[in-house]
Structure formats: structure tokens, C-alpha cells
Design a protein around this ligand. Structure first.
Ligand SMILES: NC(=O)c1ccc[n+]([C@@H]2O[C@H](COP(=O)([O-])OP(=O)(O)OC[C@H]3O[C@@H](n4cnc5c(N)ncnc54)[C@H](O)[C@@H]3O)[C@@H](O)[C@H]2O)c1
Length: 365
């Protein structure tokens, strides 16, 4: 029995053969189709949970399981360590994805979750923005927080919406300045702005993505502001109890669409709202696009906390590509015994005898 191990080199081959734009388009299509049609009410997708700690630095390791009752389940393990870029030259988000056979529990596939997380987070924002964003050309996209997620927010949104320019702010000026180089493949002009011009950025934006690593208890990122008509905001960075990016006054005058209502009430912008102040979730809006489009003239917010079903679909996309391209390594990872009632029977009889006598010699008996 084998597990398909997708190594970094396989991911690299998939990306170079498929191309970044085609991969993002494919993922957007699968997520849109999946969230429009899946029976999420009967799926097993608990709000994520995990280990939260403040030492040695603030961080968490969480698990995000999804069982769509289609014979496979996925589990994403995701770490959030915002000191990683400055202290360890590592991404803030590090993650792995595993896919299981729900008939047996056998591990079918194991792959990176860091890239799929960034891709699907951008893709989910793009799908929400396509539904709720203002139907105008020449859109100005404001970005607050110019780290890893900002790259895929810009990329995914540019695949579905006519973005004319991007205005970007980060409390770390180097991050804001380097965003144009990291997204140069989009050929969209990017203007980095300092904190003093943040209100101008907010007031000029038709679309806004907040994707910061602001600490819990320190938000919001800015006070309420005079938004352009029909502004749509993707609030991406708020995914931790007590962590907020947006001011509650702004949320209260918005139509707020969570990705995952139950989870957003615990760790999204929805923490700041009463249940009656929250709109339909993305899957519900996708099934009734007319109702969603009716909200387009007003201020709208997509409260993105990260959905395990999006991870499930991303994992399957990469496993499908690996299958088509005959990539990945089949490894015997689990110690499957010849006799299911004897855990030692995966050893061949002579190795079993040798290891038993080695133990006897070691113990001197
Ligand atoms: N919603 C989701 O599905 C999802 C998925 C992945 C990551 N996230 C969240 O998105 C956030 C960003 O993730 P990332 O991988 O881009 O992290 P990152 O560390 O690469 O980038 C975060 C950036 O935010 C900046 N920042 C922090 N506080 C700021 C503030 N007050 N004003 C302006 N800039 C500020 C930092 O300087 C940094 O450049 C994190 O909070 C992460 O947990 C959400």
C-alpha cells in the first residue's frame, strides 16, 4: 500500500508546466464549482482548532480537517509564526496537506500546504470579489499588508477583475516597495505608500485586501473612512481570536459575507458582530448570485478565515496534476502488517526473529 509523496520538486514541475495563470484559473474554477454545488451542510468540517502559544514567539499550529463524504478526507496542518520572515527567513504561514481514504484511513497523499494555502486564499477572495465587487472598469486595488498573501491576492483578483492599478501599504516599507517586483508578472502598476497616505489609499480604493500579520488585540488597522461607492473588502488577515483588521463601525454599515460562519465568529472579523449583523456565507451567495449582486452598490466585506474545503479542493488539484504528469513518489509509509491482527508481521520472519534475539542479547537474558 503506497502513499503519493509530492515533493517540492514535483510542485515546481507542475507550476512550470501548467503556468501560474492557468493554475490559478483552474483552482478558481474548481473552488467556484465546488462551493456552488457541495453539500457542505452534511460534510464534516469542524471550525479549525489547534495549539496557540506566545513562547518562544507568538504562534499557532492548527488542524483543518474536511470530509465531504466522497471517499476522501483532507487534513491541513498549518503554522502561523509572524516572526518567521524577520527571524528565520521563512514564510509566516508554513503548512502541509494530507489526503486520506475514508474507507480505510489509509494515507493516500502528502504534499506541501504553503503554496496551496496562498493560492486558494487569493482564489477565494477573487470569487467573492467577482460576486460582490463594484461592476466597473479600471479598478483601483488597495492592499494593506504586503507579505506572501498579498502576492496571490493581487494575482487571483487580476484574473477575474479589470484592475488598472494597485496602491500598497505595509508598516514595513521594504515589504510595500518590493511588492511590485514580486508581482511584476502581472504587469499592473503598483504604487507603495507610507503610513501617512493610508487614508488616501483607503478612500481611493474600489477593492481592498487587508492581509496583515497585526497582533491579536492591536487592531483595527485604521479608523473608519469615507469609502468609494460599492467598495468591496477582502479581510484576509483576521484569523485568530482577538485579531481584527477592520473597524467595527465599518463592518456594521457593510454587507459581511463570511467564508465559514461558525469559524468567523470565533476568529474572523465576525467576532466583532452579532450573528444577526452577518450576511450569508460565500457558498450560499454562490448558489444565489442575483441576491449577491443586489449588494454590489453598497459596502461589502468578505470575512476570509480560511476554509478547509478550499484546502481539500486544492490538495486534490495538485494530486490530479501529479497523477496526469506521473509525478510524485509512491512510498510505503505505513507499517502495514501481513496479518492485520499482528502489528509485528510487517517484518519478514527472519528479521522478526533477529530483532527478537537482538533484544534478548541486549537485555543479557
Ligand atoms: N484567510 C485566510 O484563508 C488566510 C490564509 C493565509 C494567511 N492568512 C493570514 O493573512 C495574514 C498575512 O499572511 P502572510 O502570509 O501574508 O504574512 P506575512 O508575514 O508574509 O505578511 C504580513 C505583512 O503584514 C504586515 N503588517 C503587519 N501589521 C501591519 C499593520 N498594522 N499595517 C500594515 N502592515 C502590517 C507585515 O509587515 C507583513 O509584511 C496573516 O494574518 C495570516 O494568518 C489568512
Amino acid at each position: 500500500m503506497h502513499t503519493k509523496l509530492i515533493a517540492r520538486s514535483d510542485m515546481e514541475t507542475i507550476l512550470s508546466r501548467v503556468g501560474l495563470d492557468a493554475l490559478m484559473d483552474q483552482l478558481i474554477d474548481r473552488l467556484r464549482e465546488g462551493f456552488s454545488t457541495a453539500d457542505l451542510a452534511h460534510a464534516q468540517i469542524p471550525a479549525r482548532s489547534g495549539l496557540h502559544y506566545h513562547s518562544p514567539d507568538l504562534g499557532l499550529i492548527e488542524w483543518m480537517p474536511a470530509n465531504l463524504k466522497q471517499g476522501k478526507a483532507s487534513l491541513k496542518i498549518v503554522g502561523y509564526h509572524p516572526t518567521n520572515p524577520s527571524k528565520r527567513s521563512l514564510p509566516t504561514i508554513l503548512s502541509t496537506l494530507s489526503v486520506y481514504d475514508t474507507r480505510s484511513g489509509h494515507l493516500l497523499g502528502l504534499l506541501d500546504g504553503t503554496l496551496p494555502t496562498a493560492l486558494r486564499t487569493g482564489a477565494m477572495s477573487a470569487i467573492a470579489t467577482e460576486l460582490l465587487g463594484p461592476p466597473r472598469d479600471g479598478l483601483v486595488l488597495g492592499i494593506v499588508g504586503c507579505g506572501a498573501q498579498a502576492v496571490t491576492q493581487c494575482h487571483a483578483l487580476s484574473r477575474l477583475l479589470p484592475i488598472a492599478r494597485i496602491v500598497a501599504h505595509d508598516r514595513n516599507p521594504q515589504a510595500a516597495e518590493s511588492l511590485s517586483q514580486r508581482t511584476s508578472f502581472l504587469s499592473i502598476p503598483i504604487e507603495p505608500v507610507a503610513h501617512g497616505q493610508l487614508t488616501e489609499l483607503l478612500e481611493a480604493s474600489d477593492l481592498l485586501c487587508t492581509c496583515t500579520s497585526e497582533d491579536p488585540g492591536r487592531g483595527p488597522l485604521f479608523p473608519d473612512f469615507a469609502n468609494r461607492p460599492g467598495l468591496h473588502i477582502n479581510a484576509v488577515g483576521c484569523d485568530f481570536p482577538e485579531k481584527f483588521e477592520l473597524p467595527v463601525e465599518l463592518l456594521r454599515r457593510s454587507y459581511v459575507c463570511p467564508d465559514f460562519r461558525e469559524q468567523a465568529l470565533i476568529e474572523g472579523e465576525c467576532q466583532q458582530l452579532q450573528p444577526a449583523e452577518i450576511g450569508d456565507d460565500l457558498a450560499t451567495l454562490l448558489r444565489d448570485p442575483e441576491a449577491a449582486r443586489a449588494q454590489r452598490e453598497r459596502l461589502t466585506v468578505f470575512d476570509s478565515t480560511g476554509h478547509a474545503y478550499a484546502d481539500y479542493l486544492s490538495a486534490l488539484l495538485f494530486l490530479d496534476y501529479a497523477g496526469e504528469m506521473e509525478l510524485g513518489t509512491d512510498i510505503g509509509l505505513e507499517c502495514i502488517p501481513a496479518d492485520p491482527l499482528d502489528p509485528y508481521s510487517f517484518l519478514n520472519p527472519s528479521a522478526r526473529k533477529d530483532s527478537a534475539s537482538a533484544c534478548i542479547q541486549e537485555s543479557g537474558t
